[in-house]
Write a protein that binds this ligand. Structure first.
Ligand code: NAD
Length: 437
């Protein structure tokens, strides 16, 4: 099939490369000319394990190409995926659909024959209806369908998630679109991936409900961690004891500095807005957003407290900046609020991240970046681990001890146990470890 994917970001690029790998002929279109030129030259605009190889293979096989001009890119496409960003609107937190509607208008102007227009971006309930209305008003002369097909991939594991998904949700309102979408994903039937067809509004809401639920699970265990700290319990064991229950499951039960990233915070905010707009406020989700927001700065204050409550002109080393490992994405990362808190308290921040420092520079001022964790901790009064990157899981603690001015380790991801940290000479502070008191 001939497929156009508009937006060559995390979702568009991964979707495009994977769909090409299924055997489809895919054009990825992006309005960012530098991005398109880079991709044509084999440079990945994002860090995602395996993506460079997959892209190169499919470009070499002639199934994947990159376009700047949307009209050229979507020519003859039977399916057109919209995979542009839907960030939070600064005014009210709802999803900003400017890019989605911009692209919709451009698609309408260039439609030549029947195509299925697919909203793959995460969009509020009713957006696909609006896309249909807009295209019909601009082009009453052409036949087309609109489908919703939200993406559930995780950054850092995106290719595996796309190729072996837990499920694919497709919202359609007509049989023709259903057949076309089934054909797009037919190669995945071999992997027995459940393809769930729903109506469009259900499909759109499923994405928000899934993300809000996962965010709730994280926030729940974080609150349990707080209770553990006050009561002398160990949150890691509590989570294990909960997670072995098949009704609960072990995932997303890791206490830490709060959730972040390009999806959970904005999708939680957008779902709250949808609830309010329809006069059915979602109080659980509102509490999740509120609790999580406060938690990030609280974790900053935890670092200050670990230094005796005073960090003016002291060096705090922050290891791990991205919202999770195996991505370079800094959007809404907890490290931003944590570092802001440290700087507000007069601290000097030295930072290291294996992949996120370039983007960190764009969102954080007055931080000194280092190319390796040992350089970052040199002369520091405390070191805080904020992201559980593999390379930060096996640090030589004795070496770090030797490099620091004051040996304080604030492990916001519970990577190192108290025994290991104490054996290396550290004062050790973790999350939800009331048993360490
Ligand atoms: P992104 O910001 O990485 O990429 C979006 C791309 O779209 C950019 O390259 C931008 O230049 C391009 N673009 C914007 N307007 C355009 C236009 N008019 N024409 C052509 N290109 C245009 O975004 P992302 O992280 O890939 O997210 C895309 C959507 O997918 C969002 O709705 C997001 O919520 C959703 N999503 C993201 C993830 C994730 O892990 N990142 C997972 C699931 C769903």
């Amino acid at each position: 099939m001939k497929i156009a994917v508009i937006g060559a970001g995390y979702v568009g690029l991964v979707s495009g490369a994977c769909l090409a790998d299924f055997g489809h002929e895919v054009r990825c279109i992006d309005r960012d000319l530098r991005r398109v030129e880079g991709l044509r030259a084999g440079r990945m605009p994002i860090y995602e394990p395996g993506l460079a190889e997959l892209t190169a293979d499919n470009v070499a096989a002639g199934r994947l190409s990159f376009e700047h001009d949307l009209a050229v890119g979507m020519k003859d496409a039977e399916v057109i995926f919209i995979a542009v960003g839907t960030p939070s609107r600064p005014e009210d937190g709802h999803a900003d659909l400017t890019f989605v509607y911009q692209v919709t208008r451009e698609i309408a102007q260039n439609l030549e024959g029947y195509a299925v227009i697919v909203t793959k971006s995460t969009v509020p309930v009713g957006t696909s209806d609006e896309v249909e209305r807009l295209v019909r008003s601009l082009r009453p002369d052409v036949e087309f369908s609109v489908a919703s097909n939200p993406e559930f991939l995780r950054e850092g594991a995106a290719i595996g998630d796309f190729k072996i998904p837990d499920r694919i949700v497709v919202g359609v309102e007509d049989e023709r679109a259903r057949e076309v979408m089934a054909a797009v994903y037919r190669p995945l039937f071999l992997n027995q991936a459940p393809l769930l067809f729903t109506d469009r509004r259900t499909s759109e809401l499923t994405k928000y409900a899934a993300n809000a639920f996962l965010a709730t699970k994280i926030t729940f265990i974080n609150e349990i961690a707080d209770i553990c700290e006050k009561t002398g319990a160990n949150v890691q064991d509590v989570a294990r004891g909960m997670g072995l229950d098949k009704r609960i499951g072990p995932k997303f039960l890791h206490a830490g500095p709060g959730f972040g990233g390009s999806c959970f915070p904005k999708d939680v905010r957008a779902l709250i807005k949808t609830g309010q707009d329809y006069d059915v406020p979602s109080r659980i989700v509102e509490a999740v957003a509120d609790v999580n927001e406060r938690r990030k700065r609280r974790m900053g204050r935890r670092i200050v407290a670990a230094c005796g409550g005073e960090i003016r002109d002291r060096i705090i080393a922050v290891l791990g900046l991205t919202f999770k490992p195996r991505t370079d994405d800094m959007r809404d990362a907890p490290s931003i609020a944590i570092i802001q808190t440290l700087r507000d308290a007069g601290g000097v921040v030295h930072a290291f991240d294996p992949a996120g420092m370039e983007h960190a520079r764009e969102v954080m001022g007055d931080v000194t970046y280092f190319q390796d964790p040992y350089q970052a901790v040199a002369g520091a009064d405390a070191v805080a681990i904020v992201t559980e990157w593999e390379s930060l899981r096996a640090l030589d603690l004795k070496k770090i001890y030797g490099l620091m001015r004051t040996p304080v380790l604030v492990d916001l991801r519970n990577i190192y146990g108290p025994e290991e940290a104490k054996a290396a000479g550290f004062t050790y502070i973790a999350v939800g470890r009331g048993d360490l008191r």
